[in-house]
Design a protein around this ligand. Sequence first.
Ligand code: HBI
Ligand code: FE
Length: 272
Amino acid sequence: MTKSTPPEKSGSDPDLRGDYSRAGPDYAVEQDWGAYSEKDHALFRRLFERQSKLVPRYACPEWIEAIGGLDAGSGIPRFDQVSKKLKAKTGWEIVAVPGLIPDIAFFTHLANRRFPVTVWLRKPEEFDYIVEPDVFHDFFGHVPLLFDPVYADHLHEYGKGGLKAMHLDAVKMLARLYWYTIEFGLVKTPAGIRAYGAGLISSGGELAYCVTDPAPKRLDFDLEQALRTDYLIDRYQSTYFVIDSFEQLMRETAPDFKPIYDRLRTLPALTP
Ligand code: HBI
Ligand code: FE
């Protein structure tokens, strides 16, 4: 998910709904698990149950394998408990955040194998659609794949690349890569195309759409094309990029991006 203007730490940004007043300089907050209401847990369970019917058919095997060990079906999970398991498996941790955070804070967390997870849950009337990431999107969509060693290493590299891109004034291009992979990526499997992007896996409608609907384009992943292609934030994607494997993603994003940024900067963006 992206937002180019950094939130005000005072919480005075009217566009962002989290409480930033207690955030540290790295935007970390306490999860305060005891403060969730029974209604919050029930809504999380309903979201979980709806998606659970879809993921066996549409999500990638790595995600499916990991969610089983997370015991997340009974309500909003305790981040510290999941962090322990995650740390043991791939060295990643969850860090609780009030919502969207500035790029530099976001990339710094990733570059240190910490994944920022929003603490608040959407309202019942946002069951089907929410603009900003909430705890359901962040946890259900992103966290399971951090148990996959190759994906985990890739996201770590992405974080370091993000800090580099800030110096090179190339965050906009790099954010497109994130969008078309980490948020809305598809992957080839022996059983067919499956979703691994968190925006897809946490979506009630787009998860089936991205795999089966004839309308969208499903292009073989191409790094430069992804870096150049604008994206739609308020409707289903019209273009998806399909990777062969997380190894491919790791390999093709390994080169130094600076010469690529320099070249692509002179070319027009592509429409999705
Ligand atoms: N903050 N909490 C949070 N989650 C994100 O996905 C996020 C963010 N800040 C910045 C950001 N994403 C994007 O600008 C990057 O993905 C490029
Ligand atoms: Fe996300």
